[in-house]
Write a protein that binds this ligand. Structure first.
Ligand code: 9MR
Length: 481
């Protein structure tokens, strides 16, 4: 672990121990959703595909078509966040590698066949493969010759002078390297032009974990909002305008695909505030912007235990609830994950997924790679780790506006309330994984029972419920037998 990181961790851990006040109010109910072409609200649940792409020379995941079917049928997923990389996309300035996009498209076709929605995520870690990880092509690195020394823990490399400078140069649109952002936006436009009509593609995640470079404020975690701090300035003056440029470039090619944006890398992922300005979607009609934040517990990762005073999840819930309410966007948790050998890992897993249900937010688990963070071992074809937390009932499509849903694992009861919409005639679809209902289930639709028709897709564990399309409120309970 790098020295800077250890030094930087001390105040975070102190804060966790003292359960510092996040300075945010209670969670706001979510009122915005992604919609499918039938007008149904979509709740997206699935997995990141995959960390293994980062080091593959062709930037492809170690994934085959049967993995995709397994995702839908074995775990009930309807969503993946699929990693793509600027270095593969634009290996030389202005040259888009269509053969790379061919390889991506081959995978997208697998997901379309399994009815799994795909978020294309322009991934980066520590700016570029030159420094340890992945992201920008060689020609887009301007580190001004500053030193870089490889650190033992990958994210400690973010504090290396060369990496900090490479980010600062990327963000400085008024500086001498403004063409970096212009290239980045054009590369995205090329992706959009290529995939805007692909049936699997639901959205574009504009940049994975954008690091603020030298605007990193190590004292921020858990503290009351600091509107005047370096991070806030970065969000308002660098990250927000950058996102807007990319949004505008994509929209020139693609009016409809949802655009997902993340808070800056660092403390927001652990529950601190984001200060992103409100972004605008230049498309006609309703905006299609989605907040796609990550969630990781710094305390858990630093100590190997999920401490009883760890307030990551409630802080995150409060912050993202307020921010998405103010921005008028849905929330999809683009990444959450942990090493399942952590002490109290199960409690953390449960805290995250039940919080996401309260927010009615989608999520993509990090990640579909084997290992201690994984849940599937391809060598032995067996499940591992916290798979039990990932297999969970949810309403994948709601004909109208979801109002609340929850799963009580002990009682075996799934509940959903929603308000119908007169123009939405497609059915509401619930994922009810067979392993959770070994003897089957009973569906109670209350007053709607006589008007409803039901059908089951046994392979996927999906129950479809069709009701007369109207604006009334509906309620259902599914009870394990
Ligand atoms: O889990 C990944 C780890 O194995 C890699 O060494 C590291 C650098 O490539 O990336 C990790 O994945 C991270 C992801 O790329 C971005 N968000 C946080 C993930 C977990 O740390």
């Amino acid at each position: 672990m790098g020295k800077t990181l250890v030094g930087g961790l001390a105040p975070w851990l102190l804060c966790l121990a003292l359960a510092c006040d996040a300075g945010a109010g209670g969670p706001e109910p979510m009122t915005h959703f992604i919609h499918d072409s039938d007008g149904r609200a979509m709740i997206l649940r699935g997995v990141n595909v995959m960390s293994s792409s980062k080091s593959d020379p062709l930037r492809m995941p170690t994934l085959e078509a049967p993995d995709v079917t397994r995702m839908a049928e074995r775990w009930g997923f309807d969503f993946v966040r699929f990693l793509i990389f600027w270095d593969a996309l634009e290996p030389e300035p202005g040259v888009i590698d269509q053969a790379y996009l061919d390889r991506v498209e081959e995978r997208l076709d697998w997901f379309a066949a399994a009815d799994i929605a795909v978020l294309l995520d322009m991934h980066q870690d520590v700016y570029s493969a030159r420094f340890c990880c992945d992201g920008a092509p060689e020609w887009a690195i301007h580190d001004d010759g500053l030193p870089f020394e490889l650190q033992g823990v990958w994210f400690a490399n973010y504090f290396q002078p060369a990496v900090v400078r490479a980010f600062d140069n990327f963000w400085s649109y008024e500086g001498e390297h403004r063409q970096l952002q212009d290239h980045y936006a054009s590369a995205w436009a090329a992706v959009a032009q290529r995939f805007r009509d692909h049936p699997a593609v639901i959205g574009y995640d504009l940049m994975n974990e954008p690091s603020p470079g030298s605007a990193f404020d190590a004292l921020e975690l858990g503290r009351p909002a600091n509107e005047d701090g370096a991070s806030a300035t970065f969000d308002r003056e660098r990250l927000g305008p950058f996102y807007q440029r990319v949004i505008d470039a994509i929209r020139r090619e693609d009016a409809d695909t949802y655009l997902f944006y993340e808070p800056r890398y660092g403390f927001p992922g652990a529950g601190a505030a984001s200060y992103l300005p409100t972004l605008s979607d230049p498309r006609e009609g309703e905006a299609r912007l989605v907040m796609a934040p990550h969630l990781y517990s710094i305390g858990l990762e630093a100590t190997g235990a999920y401490g009883p005073g760890d307030s990551t999840v409630p802080d995150w819930e409060a912050r993202r609830g307020l921010e998405s309410g103010a921005a008028g966007t849905p929330v999809v948790l683009g990444e959450w994950g942990l090493d399942w050998s952590t002490t109290d890992a199960d409690r953390f897993g449960e805290d995250v997924v039940s919080m996401a249900d309260r927010l009615m937010a989608g999520w993509a688990y990090w990640s579909y790679d084997p290992g201690s963070w994984g849940f599937w071992d391809p060598a032995t074809q067996t499940e591992t780790g916290g798979v039990a937390h990932l297999v969970r009932p949810y309403p994948r499509r709601v004909a109208g506006e979801p109002l609340a849903f929850s799963w009580d694992a002990a009682a075996g009861v799934f509940s959903l309330r929603w308000r119908g919409a007169p123009e939405v005639t497609a059915p509401t679809e619930l994922v009810l994984p067979a392993r959770l209902f070994p003897e089957g289930y009973d569906v109670d639709l209350g007053a709607d029972a006589d008007a409803a028709s039901q059908s089951v897709d046994a392979a996927r564990g999906v129950l479809s419920i069709r009701l007369p399309a109207d604006g009334r409120e509906h309620q259902l309970r599914v009870t394990r037998r």
